[in-house]
Design a protein around this ligand. Structure first.
Ligand SMILES: Nc1ncnc2c1ncn2[C@@H]1O[C@H](COP(=O)(O)OP(=O)(O)OP(=O)(O)O)[C@@H](O)[C@H]1O
Length: 404
């Protein structure tokens, strides 16, 4: 059959073409499920898929890494079949007209830092961190961000002996110029610190809607991008966000070649920004990611996630409740009796679902926020919002940045 890949997969459609191959949506004939299959161009000098298989296998069981389903060779080209994922952060950013809310950016930053740390803990560096390499789950309501594309990844340390790769200069450029670290531009061997520097450029991109060296017509050379990165101050890169971002970048720039980054310090700064950020003042909120369906049952599941998911921001609960009220009023249904209704369990592609019934989650919510006196949390949301000053100005204190 023309569309067959190996004896297990049937090609359904093309998802995208990369420099080194193509990604297809295929049907796995063993269980009729849809998966993503990446197939390399034939006769490549170095197989990226081999690398990809190694990394995805090492990351098995970690949250936010695609599941390996199969791998093989088809007409001399290697392929890897993996869990099918959804839109990328870049797609979402374009959909939002380059306007993510600050809390959404902080949630994204927190998750991506965890992915980078998990990868580094397994002795790999990614070497091509950029918004296209992070995909959402296709499951509606899921907020997990997946890291993908390990074709350029490299082992930086022998896990058994602890021996780190050698510091080297005059290395060929590897990665994507817009997000590469300055050391990568000047040919220094990459290590953990470079993934983190790229990560910070990505955050700056989300905060400002662009990067100073990105041109619409893509005519800027790699050399010009390097010069622009050297010229721009850290304050300028993060002028649209809280000062902690400047501290993060300053710390990352201070990491030595072999140093293990202090991920907890970075995470602590993100958490501090999250607790200082009361409510979305701009852009697409975290809750709006993956929330385009209008089904009250799915909304209920999201409300539960809004309460229990540590990645979710508190104000989103109210947005979820508002949406649910609006839809229920429109449908004239009784779906708002959240405590009595059974929560519907949906298959969730490896998502960590909390199995507690909705009533337990709401009780937990009441305990953490004792201002909610009435069990009807819908009725009291305005009061709660006021009492928690959720609509107050974002505390943008300490905007005068200190370093660099
Ligand atoms: N597991 C997956 N599920 C769904 N889509 C995927 C999956 N893996 C990759 N894709 C998508 O396939 C497309 C091609 O991905 P790929 O990583 O090969 O190339 P790229 O990142 O666009 O380019 P390059 O090869 O230059 O890095 C992208 O749109 C990517 O989002």
């Amino acid at each position: 059959m023309d569309n067959a890949i190996g004896c297990r997969f049937i090609k359904e459609s093309t998802i995208g073409e990369g420099n080194f191959g193509s990604v297809y949506r295929v049907i796995d004939t063993t269980n009729k499920k849809r998966v993503a299959l990446k197939i390399e161009k034939p006769n490549l000098e170095v197989s990226q898929i081999e690398n990809e298989i190694k990394v995805i296998s090492a990351m098995k069981g970690h949250r936010g890494f695609p599941r390996l389903i199969d791998s093989g060779t088809e007409n001399g080209s290697m392929y890897i079949a993996m869990q099918l994922l959804g839109s990328s952060l870049e797609d979402k950013f374009q959909e939002s007209k380059q306007n993510f809310g600050l809390m959404a950016i902080l949630n994204i930053a927190e998750q991506i830092l965890m992915r980078i740390q998990a990868l580094h803990d397994k002795f790999f560096i990614h070497r091509d961190i950029k918004p296209r390499q992070f995909l959402f789950s296709p499951t509606p309501g899921s907020s997990t961000i997946y890291m993908i594309d390990f074709g350029l990844s490299k082992c930086y340390q022998n896990g058994k002996t602890g021996v780190h790769i050698q510091y080297m200069e005059s290395r060929p450029f590897i990665g994507t110029a817009n997000y590469a670290s300055i050391n990568t531009h000047i040919g220094i061997q990459q290590s953990r610190r470079d993934d983190l520097e790229s990560y910070m450029y990505m955050i700056s991109y989300f905060l400002n809607g662009t990067l100073p060296w990105i041109s619409k017509d893509h005519t800027v050379s790699e050399r010009e991008i390097r010069l622009a990165k050297n010229r721009v101050s850290v304050n300028e890169l993060f002028h649209n966000g809280p000062a902690e971002f400047v501290l993060m970048m300053a710390y990352i720039k201070s990491i030595s070649f072999e140093d293990k980054p202090d991920y907890e310090y970075l995470e602590g700064l993100i958490k501090r920004m999250k607790s200082n950020t009361a409510v979305e003042k701009r852009g697409v909120s975290w809750f709006e990611f993956n929330s385009d369906d209008k089904n009250p049952k799915t909304l209920k599941r999201k409300i539960r996630k809004a309460i229990t998911d540590p990645f979710n921001e508190q104000p989103n609960l109210f947005k979820a409740l508002d949406q649910c009220t609006e839809i229920a009023n429109r449908n004239n249904t009784a779906t708002l009796n959240l405590e009595k209704e059974e929560e519907e369990q949906e298959g969730n592609d490896g998502e960590e679902l909390n199995d507690e019934p909705m009533s337990a989650c709401i009780t937990e919510e009441k305990e953490s926020y004792p201002e909610i006196k009435d069990r009807n949390i819908l009725k009291n949301r305005e009061e709660f919002r006021k009492s928690k000053s959720l609509d107050s100005e974002l505390p943008m204190e300490a905007q005068k940045c200190c370093v660099m």
